[in-house]
Design a binder for this molecule. Structure first.
Ligand code: AMP
Ligand code: MG
Length: 327
């Protein structure tokens, strides 16, 4: 089989990533550039950031891989879900490369890209995945040709909940690591635990946590926010695990860096005789390599997209994609 070399562009939110991966699964480059966050993410400003740094990040990625644009045989980009203005910048860059170099282009689903890079890097076969980030909260498993969503947030994402709380409490951003550190010295106070069937809600816990700051120590509120929200996530993941009878649990997305969340999921997985995996930080949060790798998987399974079909999709659901690259 001829070697495919894919350049993948990630740009769903505040991170711009460019990765280069070949069809054997070798990661040749994975460069990420963050937009510094001050008061939360502003879609147009983030898009402006991506546009300004696109050329440089592509160049760095090519340098790292010791390749030139002429060596690239496929280009992939994050089609969605994400913020419209950011998605369009990544799509335009990818289309430009495809047209100039006359190579195929593939727009991919960002959530599935997280799962596929985790499967590649951590050598897991068929995991039940908890995907937790600034913009997404989903429990996902492969079943009959698609990645099915077994549970998800009904309002804001867990990362957004933590970041908003941290901003209101003047902890700075991103909030996740700050809240995690403060939580180490906290004790429990009750906060609303909202699980509805297999779905979750985090807006009530955010409001209650902010309100609790008036009467409680910040450490206690951080501890309780984590304990409550992460227990909710673990409960839904556990029920999905019991239902799907998978024997691997994988945690992906930026919030997956949290040691307490990892601990809860590891314990729960162990109780069910399932292994627990979390990719290393480089591949845990948003990155270009995951987009490139999913591009390769889709291309190798016969996927073709015309330039006209490379429109972006802000609400691109995980379960819309027909997964031809898996048995
Ligand atoms: P992503 O959207 O995947 O790029 O991840 C960004 C999100 O991960 C933000 O909401 C961060 O606050 C969150 N995050 C990063 N590190 C941690 C951590 N140690 N604990 C909890 N959340 C985290
Ligand atoms: Mg993500």
């Amino acid at each position: 089989m001829i070697r495919v070399i894919c350049l993948g562009i990630e740009g769903t939110a505040q991170k711009l990533g460019v990765g280069i991966v070949d069809s054997s699964g070798k990661i040749l480059a994975n460069i990420t550039k963050y937009q510094p966050l001050v008061a939360g993410i502003h879609p147009r400003e983030a898009a402006q950031h991506h546009a300004e740094h696109m050329k440089d990040v592509i160049k760095k990625s090519l340098q790292k891989s010791k390749l030139t644009l002429d060596d690239i045989t496929l280009v992939a980009f994050s089609k969605g879900p994400g913020l419209g203005p950011c998605l369009r910048v990544a799509a335009i860059a990818a289309r430009t490369i495809a047209l100039i170099k006359k190579i195929p282009i593939i727009g991919v689903n960002h959530c599935i890209a997280h799962i596929e890079i985790g499967r590649l890097i951590n050598r897991v076969e068929d995991p039940l995945t908890l995907y937790v980030s600034g913009g997404n909260t989903q429990v996902i498993a492969f079943d009959e040709g698609r990645y099915r969503v077994f549970g998800e947030t009904l309002d804001i994402a867990i990362g957004n909940c933590i970041d908003q709380f941290a901003r209101t409490a003047n902890l700075g951003s991103p909030g996740g690591p700050k809240v995690e550190k403060l939580a180490l010295n906290g004790k429990y106070i009750p906060l609303p635990y909202v699980v509805k069937g297999m779905d979750l809600s985090f807006s009530g816990i955010y409001t209650a946590a902010v309100d609790s700051l008036k009467h409680h120590k910040i450490e206690d509120v951080c501890f309780s926010l984590q304990e409550t929200a992460f227990s909710m996530l673990t409960e839904v993941t556990e029920r999905a695990l019991a239902h799907t009878e998978k024997d691997e649990v994988m945690l992906v997305g930026g919030v997956g860096a949290n040691k307490r969340l990892q601990e809860m999921l590891r314990t729960m997985s162990g109780e069910h005789g399932a292994t627990f995996t979390v990719p290393q930080p480089e591949f845990l949060g948003d990155n270009g390599a995951m987009i490139a790798w999913l591009g390769i998987l889709m291309y190798s399974s016969g996927e073709k997209q015309s330039i006209e079909e490379t429109n972006v999709k802000q609400r691109f659901r995980t379960d819309e994609v027909i997964v031809k690259w898996r048995e």
